[in-house]
Ligand binder design. Sequence first.
Ligand code: ATP
Ligand code: MG
Length: 357
Amino acid sequence: NHQAHYISRQRFSAELSKCLFDFVIQLLPTPEELAVKEDVRKLLERLIRTIEPNSRLLSFGSTANGFSLRNSDMDLCCLIDSGERLSATDLVTMLGDLLNRETKFHVKPLPHARIPIVKLSLDPSPGLPLGIACDIGFENRLALENTRLLMCYAMIDPTRVRTMVLFLKVWSKRRKINSPYKGTLSSYGYVLLVIYFLVHVKNPPVLPNLQMLPPLRPISEEDTHLNGHNIWFFDDIELLSTRWHSENTESIAELLTDFFRYFSKEFLYNTGVASIREGLLTKESKGWQNDLSSAGYNDSRERNRFCIEDPFEVDFNVSRCVTRDGLYTIRGEFMRAGRILAGRPERALLALSQLCE
Ligand code: ATP
Ligand code: MG
């Protein structure tokens, strides 16, 4: 009887994994959408070069790391390679004016934001039935590097990593817990949680710790640091595949169910920090205890309720926007999802769509 139960659970897990995989596949961007986005990037780059001839416009975020869903926004970063540099504030203002004159984008320059950006949007067209939203920032080299890190993690085990990440993104958007402005977590935060879980929680791990693998040859401080942050990681994934492989054979469904279990019951929200680089750390060791005294932050809106360390900018808490209420809601959703996936098979399969209501 035990064995029969085990076999039926295995069969169900395989079936649910296939459903999850098929579910995210149909939410991927179409080739047309990707082509239109690349055209937009090229057009914008051409225009920016009329102001700053030595600039390049690069994609980061989901359009560049392989975790993109249909109609996701475009994150672009302008790098200026040499010469006299205008300040980001001036560039944002000038670029805003230029795009207003020369294109049909709706343009909103934010020159005085903490990170100055130009926000753009385009109305729907045949190639882009839902239009397009795009942010252009400047010199955000760390964002390009963390995009590359996430992309490398995805390449190591594309099926399991991408399915889990994409599912969490859709699920968190549909459940309305993907809005840093409203006290919940950004997509970037959810992706980091998945990687953290696959590197540091799962035993045997599904992914190696790319930032801690020994480098192939000695590297100088200069090559590894950017604005004082160590940005080195093992990025030769082809070579890695000849030297490392995961002993973990769990299915997507098993991993996802365990992810929800871990983040509803086990993760130490009050004292712990999820670090991709180092595993579970303590708030105390990072000086990230809840700081109720900091100006402008009352108790429902303090910075360190939930702590996820950025892989490179280790003093930065990626989930600093998460409020007490936001965290309560997120954990409630983790519990609900875990309950549904771990429930009776016929219910769980049906529940996939219900899960993302
Ligand atoms: P979506 O498809 O929902 O837009 P995304 O993968 O583009 O998801 P975002 O949350 O939009 O994820 O983040 C895009 C990029 O911006 C990330 O790769 C990261 O470089 C940077 N980023 C976003 N949020 C943060 C944050 N809180 N801290 C640091 N960097 C961030
Ligand atoms: Mg994005």
